[in-house]
Design a protein around this ligand. Structure first.
Ligand code: ADP
Ligand code: ZN
Length: 721
C-alpha cells in the first residue's frame, strides 16, 4: 500500500476525486477506528466510498453484502478501473472461476469481496470465511441496502435476517450498515437486527440539490405530452407507469416514434428483465419504461431524467423513484404528470383493499401526494418535510421556485379558517372546515350542528379550491398541524394561535392561471456539448470492449469537465475530477487523442464555414437538431450521424427535415440524389403533400421514408415562402 499524508491524497489516488462529499470524511475516519456504523444517505450521496476507502486503508479484506447480483459485475468493474483489487462471487460464475477467486482471496490479493447474503452464510461458504478470517483477516462487513433486513422497509428480504450471525461468529469485526431509507422504524430495526454495537449513526440531509422537480398537469393527449418531454430531455431516462399494460404500451409507442425504449415489469421473465436492464445500464437504449415494483434493480448513476406518467401512491415512493435520477450529482429532471383520472384509478384500487386500516393508511398517503402535486410551495420543502427534515424553501431548482406564483396577504382568511377549526373543536379535517366556512348544507354539517356556528358561511367569497390552497399552505408553512393517525384532523399549534391573536401575518403563494412550465434551463456551450457527445461515444466503445457499463469506465461528470477543459496532455487529463492515476494510465491516451482530433476538426471547420453556431441557435432550432446539423456539415452521412449520436436514422432524418424547414444550411443534394428528388417532387404534386405513406406508395416504394421526409420538407419550405 502506498503511503498517504492525508485522506484526501488517498481519495485522489484510488478514486480520482479531490474532495469528500458531505459526511464522507468523518465516516471514513470512524470506520478506520473499527467502529460500527449506520449510514443513511440519499441515493447518490456517495455511500459506497464510505466503506471502500477504509477497506483499502486497512489490512485484510472487507466483505460487501449486496442483494443485487446483477449489479455486482459493474460495481466491481468500476473499482477495477481504478486499479482496486475487488472481486465478486455469485451464481453467474462457473465452479472453476469461483475456485480461482477464492484462491486469490486466501493469498491476500483482494481488498473487497462482493457477495449476496444467502451465499455468504451458506454451508459451503462458512468454512471458507473462517479460513479467510484466520489467514488474511476480515477488516469489516459492509451491509449495503441494509433496509432489506427490516420488515418495516419497502424491500424486505428474508435472507438478510441471517446476517445477524455475523456478529455472533465474528464478534470483533466491525459492521457498517448502509441505506437510503430514512424512516426511524427501519433505522432502529437495522441496528437491532444486525446487533450493531453503539454504532455511529450518520444521517445525511435527504435534499438532492442537483434534481429539478417539476409537476405538470396531465394533458388529454398525454402520450404526446410524454413524447415531447422525452425529446426535450437528453441522455438516459426512466418513465414510471402504474400498470404493466401501460408499460408495454408506452415502450412500444416510444419505440415506434424513434426513441429507443424497453419495458421492465414483474410480468416479464427474469431473463427478459435482466436483459432490458443491462441494455439500459450500458446505454444501448435511452429509455426504460417501468412499473414501480422494480425500482431497486434499475441502478445507474447517469440517469438524466425520471418521468412519472402516472401518479405515485405515496411521497416516499416518489422520492425514491424520482431519486434514481442524477446519482452522479449532475443536473437531472424529475417530472410528475398529475392527472385527475389517475387519482380516481388509485382511489379505486385502494377501495379494493380488504383491510380497512390499510385502506385508511393508503388514502392518507395518497392525500400527501396530491398535496405535493397541487402545492405552490417549494417542492423540496414539501418533500423534505415529509421526512421530518426542515428545509428553508426557495431552492431555486423546482418549478414553484423558478416560476413562483404571486404572494398575497391572506391573514384575514387564515383567521377565518383557524377560528372555524377552533369552533369545530379541532375534531375535523380540511373538507369539513371548508364546508362550514362556505355555508354548505349537507348532512354532516347539520348532524354536528355546525350550521349554527358563528363561522358558518363566513367564507362564501372564496371558492372551495381557494380555501384548500390556503389550508395546504398553512400546513406546509407549519402554521397549522394535522394528525396523522387514522383521520386527518386539523389542530392548532402555537403559531396558529399567534395568527388568531393578530401577532403573525400569513402570506401564501396564489395559484393564478395555468402557466406553461419549462424544464430546467441548462445553459451550456454547444461546442462543449458536441465534444461531450463524442467522448461519450468513445466511452461506450471502451465499455463494449470490456462488456461493462459505461459508468464503470468514467462518470458523466468527468466527461463534462473534459469537454469543457479539453485536456491535451496526460498531466492535464489527470487533474480532472474522477481520474485516478490508474485511469490515466488506462484511458488517458485515448481520450486525449480524441480531444486533439476534435480540436483539429473544429479548427478546419471554422476556417471553411464562418462561426455559425450562435447565430443558428436564435433561429429556433433545438439543441439536438443543431448537433445533428454540425455532424452533417462535417460531411457525415445519415447513417454515420445516427451511429455517432446513437439515435435512429429516422430520427436524424427528422432533425434534418426540421432544419430544412427552418431554412438552415442542410445540403439536400448530398442526402438525396437529383433524380430521386425529382421523382419525389412529382409524386407530391400528384398525390398531395400530407401523407408520407401515400407518397411512398405512389412511388411504388422505390424511395425510402427518410428521403421523402427530407424532400417534402424542402418542397414545403419552397411553397410556403
Ligand atoms: P449511493 O450508493 O449513495 O447511491 P454512490 O456511492 O453510488 O452513491 O455514489 C454516487 C456517485 O457519486 C458515483 O458516481 C460516485 O462515483 C460519486 N462520488 C462519490 N463520492 C464522490 C466524491 N467525493 N467526489 C465526487 N464524486 C463522488
Ligand atoms: Zn424549490
Amino acid at each position: 500500500m502506498p503511503q498517504f499524508f492525508s485522506l484526501e491524497e488517498a481519495l485522489k489516488y484510488y478514486f480520482g476525486y479531490e474532495t469528500f462529499r458531505p459526511g464522507q470524511r468523518q465516516i471514513v475516519e470512524t470506520a478506520l477506528q473499527n467502529r460500527d456504523l449506520l449510514i443513511l444517505m440519499p441515493t447518490g450521496g456517495g455511500k459506497s466510498l464510505c466503506f471502500q476507502l477504509p477497506a483499502l486503508l486497512k489490512p485484510g479484506l472487507t466483505v460487501v453484502v449486496s442483494p443485487l447480483i446483477s449489479l455486482m459485475q459493474d460495481q466491481v468493474a468500476a473499482l477495477r478501473n481504478n486499479g482496486i483489487a475487488a472481486t465478486f462471487i455469485n451464481s453467474s460464475l462457473g465452479r472453476e472461476q469461483v475456485r480461482s477467486r477464492e484462491a486469490a482471496i486466501l493469498q491476500g490479493k483482494v481488498k473487497l469481496l462482493y457477495i449476496a447474503p444467502e451465499r455468504l452464510l451458506g454451508e459451503r461458504f462458512l468454512p471458507f470465511l473462517e479460513q479467510l478470517h484466520s489467514n488474511v483477516g476480515i477488516s469489516a462487513f459492509a451491509i449495503d441496502e441494509a433496509h432489506c433486513i427490516s420488515q418495516w422497509g419497502h424491500d424486505f428480504r428474508p435472507e438478510y435476517r441471517q446476517l445477524r450471525q455475523l456478529r455472533q461468529l465474528y464478534n470483533g469485526v466491525p459492521v457498517l450498515a448502509l441505506t437510503a431509507t430514512a424512516t426511524k422504524v427501519v433505522r432502529e430495526d437495522i441496528i437491532q437486527q444486525l446487533a450493531l454495537r453503539q454504532p455511529d449513526v450518520h444521517i445525511a440531509s435527504f435534499n438532492r440539490p442537483n434534481l429539478y422537480y417539476d409537476v405538470q398537469p396531465k394533458q388529454k393527449q398525454s402520450y404526446f405530452q410524454l413524447l415531447k418531454l422525452v425529446k426535450q430531455n437528453e441522455g438516459a431516462g426512466i418513465v414510471y407507469c402504474l400498470s404493466r399494460k401501460k408499460v408495454e404500451e408506452i415502450a412500444f409507442r416510444l419505440e415506434k416514434d424513434g426513441i429507443a425504449a424497453l419495458p421492465y415489469h414483474a410480468g416479464m421473465s427474469d431473463e427478459d428483465r435482466t436483459n432490458n436492464q443491462t441494455r439500459f445500464i450500458r446505454d444501448d437504449v435511452r429509455i426504460i419504461v417501468a412499473t414501480i415494483a422494480f425500482g431497486m434493480g434499475i441502478d445507474k448513476p447517469d440517469v438524466r431524467f425520471v418521468i412519472h406518467y402516472n401518479l405515485p401512491r405515496n411521497l416516499e415512493g416518489y422520492y425514491q423513484e424520482s431519486g434514481r435520477a442524477g446519482r452522479d450529482g449532475e443536473p437531472a429532471n424529475c417530472t410528475l404528470l398529475f392527472g385527475f383520472g389517475d387519482l380516481k384509478t388509485i382511489e379505486y384500487l385502494i377501495e379494493q383493499k380488504p383491510d380497512v386500516r390499510e385502506q385508511k393508511v393508503a388514502i392518507q398517503q395518497l392525500r400527501k401526494v396530491v398535496d405535493y402535486a397541487e402545492g405552490t410551495d417549494c417542492r423540496r420543502k414539501i418533500q423534505l418535510s415529509y421526512f421530518g427534515e426542515r428545509f428553508g424553501g426557495n431552492c431555486g431548482n423546482c418549478d414553484n421556485c423558478r416560476h413562483p406564483k404571486p404572494i398575497e396577504d391572506w391573514t384575514i382568511e387564515a383567521q377565518k379558517f383557524l377560528s372555524c377549526v377552533v369552533r369545530c373543536q379541532e375534531r375535523f379535517g380540511v373538507k369539513h372546515i371548508i364546508d362550514v366556512l362556505r355555508g354548505a348544507n349537507n348532512k354532516k354539517v347539520e348532524q354536528y350542528g355546525h350550521h349554527l356556528l358563528s363561522t358558518y358561511g363566513i367564507g362564501r367569497e372564496k371558492s372551495a379550491d381557494q380555501w384548500k390552497m390556503l389550508a395546504r399552505s398553512l400546513l406546509h408553512q407549519g402554521l397549522l398541524d394535522e394528525t396523522t393517525d387514522g383521520y386527518r384532523t386539523l389542530k392548532l399549534n402555537d403559531r396558529s394561535r399567534e395568527i388568531l391573536k393578530s401577532q403573525r401575518s400569513v402570506e401564501i403563494p396564489v395559484e393564478t392561471t395555468v402557466t406553461t412550465k419549462v424544464l430546467a434551463e441548462n445553459p451550456k456551450s454547444i461546442e462543449a456539448e458536441i465534444l461531450f457527445q463524442r467522448l461519450r461515444s468513445l466511452r461506450k466503445q471502451i465499455a463494449d470492449e470490456q462488456s461493462v457499463a459505461p459508468y464503470a469506465i468514467l462518470g458523466d461528470s468527468s466527461l463534462k469537465l473534459m469537454s469543457r477543459q479539453r485536456p491535451q496532455t496526460l498531466e492535464e487529463f489527470e487533474k480532472i475530477s474522477g481520474i485516478s492515476p490508474h485511469k490515466k494510465d488506462l484511458y488517458g491516451a485515448r481520450f486525449v487523442s480524441e480531444i486533439e482530433q476534435h480540436i483539429k476538426e473544429q479548427a478546419q471547420h471554422l476556417s471553411t464555414e464562418s462561426n455559425f453556431l450562435p447565430e443558428l441557435e436564435s433561429k429556433g432550432a433545438s439543441y439536438t437538431q443543431l448537433l445533428t446539423l454540425n455532424l452533417h456539415q462535417q460531411g457525415l452521412s445519415l447513417e454515420e450521424i445516427s451511429a455517432s449520436r446513437q439515435l435512429r436514422v429516422s430520427t436524424i432524418a427528422t432533425h434534418l427535415a426540421e432544419l430544412i424547414a427552418l431554412n438552415l444550411p442542410v445540403d439536400l443534394e448530398r442526402l438525396v440524389s437529383q433524380s430521386r428528388q425529382e421523382a419525389i417532387v412529382k409524386a407530391i404534386e400528384a398525390v398531395g403533400v400530407d401523407s408520407l405513406k401515400i407518397i411512398h406508395e405512389h412511388l411504388g416504394e422505390q424511395c425510402g421514408y427518410e428521403e421523402i421526409k427530407l424532400v417534402r420538407a424542402w418542397w414545403l419550405h419552397q411553397h410556403q415562402n
